[in-house]
Design a protein around this ligand. Structure first.
Ligand code: UDP
Ligand code: MG
Length: 303
């Protein structure tokens, strides 16, 4: 059997409410392309076993690991990812592919009029700006998962062994000719977001720690500067009191008056330690070399 022209990889976590409407729109959108394709989805397998593969996990390993598992098993010459909740309209796949036809190996989606809460949009804008500053990855909307990847990029991602990652950014590091197009964005068709605030924070730590060590470097620098500044402040205050009271002992008492400064330094220190912990934790996971996910079953037609 020849490799299909296109694979669609969709991470699915407790999306039973939205899957029927997803399939109702996804398959017609793919059929309209007229090309051979292979979609990796759940349940639809029975209806379309010729073009559907489903990877079931024995637990939730997260959106990005689900995509990695899809990447490792899809065969398409091009691979498109989208979310299951219909926030990424399947009808846009054709436009991503048309852009690839122009010679690009990576086409990222940029959500036009993003339909999410003000908080999510604001947080995304901040994280995009931060990523732009501390990494070499250049993209307008890293959170948009409606993207098209060449087979070469997928192969490169598959050769990575990291446990925590952020697919759109990882793909960018392997892309030779990346580009972006605006894509539509819709309200979640059913169900609720699978990201709690905690999971969102973790995801963004994955993004930062997977692609930059600058935060580590910046905090050591900031730590040295603050320490030096506080020593200088002590010297000034001690000398000042020494002169005023005409007693060195009186001047040295200033040390005990600086508790606000101490709090400030403790805060910096704690954050630095916490950030270090984020890296160390990930190194720990990496060196354990556990399987990154365990596949329960693969539904596919025997060839
Ligand atoms: N998802 C997943 N595992 C997770 C979280 C999310 O497979 O731990 C999938 C989810 O089913 C959906 C996509 O990733 O297809 C995006 O998730 P969601 O729409 O909940 O995120 P949001 O749009 O709120 O960022
Ligand atoms: Mg969503």
């Amino acid at each position: 059997m020849a490799a299909p022209g296109l694979s669609v990889v969709i991470p699915v976590y407790n999306e039973e409410a939205v899957l029927p409407s997803l399939f109702a729109r996804l398959y017609p959108a793919l059929d309209a392309l007229g090309a051979s394709y292979e979609a990796i989805l759940r349940e639809q397998f029975q209806k379309r076993p010729d073009t559907t593969r489903v990877i079931l996990f024995n637990g939730n390993y997260g959106q990005h690991m689900a995509i990695v598992a899809g990447f490792e098993r899809c065969r398409g010459d091009r691979v498109v990812t989208l979310d299951a909740d219909l926030q990424n309209p399947p009808e846009e796949i054709a436009r991503l592919l048309a852009k690839m036809d122009e010679g690009y190996d990576y086409v990222g989606g940029v959500r036009r009029e993003r339909r999410d809460t003000v908080f999510r949009r604001g947080a995304s804008r901040l994280m995009n700006a931060l990523r732009e500053r501390i990494t070499r990855i250049r993209m307008s909307d890293q959170g948009c998962m409606l993207r098209a990847y060449s087979r070469d990029i997928v192969a490169a991602i598959n050769s990575c062994r990291e446990v925590n990652t952020f697919i759109p950014a990882l793909a960018y590091t392997f892309a030779q000719r990346p580009t972006e197009i605006e894509v539509a964005h819709e309200e979640r068709a059913a169900g609720e977001s699978k990201y709690s605030l905690y999971k969102l924070v973790q995801l963004n730590f994955d993004l930062v720690t997977s692609f930059s060590v600058k935060p580590l470097q910046m905090f050591s620098l900031l730590g040295m500067l603050t320490a030096a500044a506080s020593v200088l402040a002590y010297v000034i205050v001690i000398i000042q009191r020494w002169i005023v009271a005409d007693s060195l002992v009186e001047g040295l008492r200033a040390i005990w008056d600086r508790d606000i400064l101490q709090f400030f330094l403790t805060g910096i220190l704690l954050f630095g330690v916490g950030l270090l912990g984020e890296y160390v934790g990930r190194i720990y996971e990496q060196v354990r070399q556990r399987p990154r996910y365990v596949v329960q079953a693969v539904l596919e037609r025997k060839e």
